[in-house]
Design a binder for this molecule. Structure first.
Ligand SMILES: Nc1ncnc2c1ncn2[C@@H]1O[C@H](COP(=O)(O)OP(=O)(O)OP(=O)(O)O)[C@@H](O)[C@H]1O
Length: 255
């Protein structure tokens, strides 16, 4: 299952963010999108997540132009994509319930009622997938704690676990470690690689070029209103074909 943006354009009013941008992610690969602040990385992720439609070009899932479908069919595709935003939004409940949230709304009703019933009668108050996802981000022991008592870094890890728990085809991460210390950053990066090894396609938008180098199979460099370079990560860092990409990577381009 491949998700791709093909020749997409996006503007906010008269303000063009990008045009002619193409990017794909396949199962079991990590693609990093790097570029200066404000270049449009989050905007591109929102298009891939099917939150917004491109002004031109297509977003295709398994070759299907998703915006040509009915709202209902498009929603089915949207549910296969998990997105983690820069700001973790958790609600006032246990960490385990937060991690299981996506699961509960996505399950068919009978399952959902069954889980709610089990919880009501004092049985499991989370599912195996949510617990496993919490283990992946090193927070299994905090399952019973209220999410509002977590540190910022822990909250970001729970938001990640929530996206992972419902086993999406594609996971889109917007600056997933921007507020994290090195230890928490390493936890998230390991979880990204674990997701990839499970066959999930992952796109990571990041300011952190070192992170791209550590986790990404392919890297796209966004500059101005374009993706100026997209290739195997090693190639982009060691021998980029675009001179501007080289300058950006060497820290010589000031924006
Ligand atoms: N809802 C919006 N309305 C108007 N302009 C917007 C909106 N969202 C983003 N923009 C503008 O679009 C441009 C791209 O923003 P975007 O958030 O996609 O960049 P980014 O590369 O993700 O930045 P950062 O790395 O700082 O998160 C910016 O100039 C931003 O101000």
């Amino acid at each position: 299952m491949t998700l791709e943006a093909v020749d997409v354009r996006r503007a906010y009013g008269d303000e063009l963010v990008f045009d002619g941008v193409s990017l794909s992610v396949s199962p079991g690969e990590v693609v990093a999108v790097i570029g200066p602040s404000g270049v449009g990385k989050s905007t591109l992720l929102r298009l891939l997540a099917l939150f917004d439609a491109p002004d031109a070009g297509t977003i295709a899932y398994e070759g299907t132009d998703v915006w040509a479908l009915s709202d209902e069919r498009r929603l089915e595709y949207r549910r296969r994509v998990g997105m983690v935003f820069q700001e973790a939004s958790l609600f006032d409940a246990s960490v385990r319930r937060n991690a299981a949230y996506g699961l509960r709304v996505r399950q068919p009703w009978p399952d959902r009622i069954r889980h709610e019933f089990a919880r009501f009668v004092g049985g499991a108050n989370g599912t195996g997938d949510a617990i496993e996802a919490l283990e992946t981000v090193g927070l299994a022991e905090k399952g019973d704690q209220n999410a509002e008592s977590l540190s910022g870094g822990e909250a970001q890890r729970v938001a990640f676990a929530r996206a992972l728990a419902y086993d999406p085809d594609v996971l889109l991460l917007d600056e997933p470690t921007s507020d994290l210390d090195p230890r928490n950053t390493a936890v998230i990066e390991d979880a990204v690689l674990e997701a990839r090894d499970r066959g999930i396609g992952v796109v990571v938008a990041t300011h952190d070029m070192h992170q791209a180098r550590r986790v990404a199979d392919r890297t796209a460099v966004m500059l101005g209103t374009e993706i100026i370079e997209v290739d195997e990560t090693e190639t982009v860092f060691d021998e980029p074909s675009d001179g501007r990409a080289r300058k950006f990577i060497d820290g010589e381009l000031i924006y």
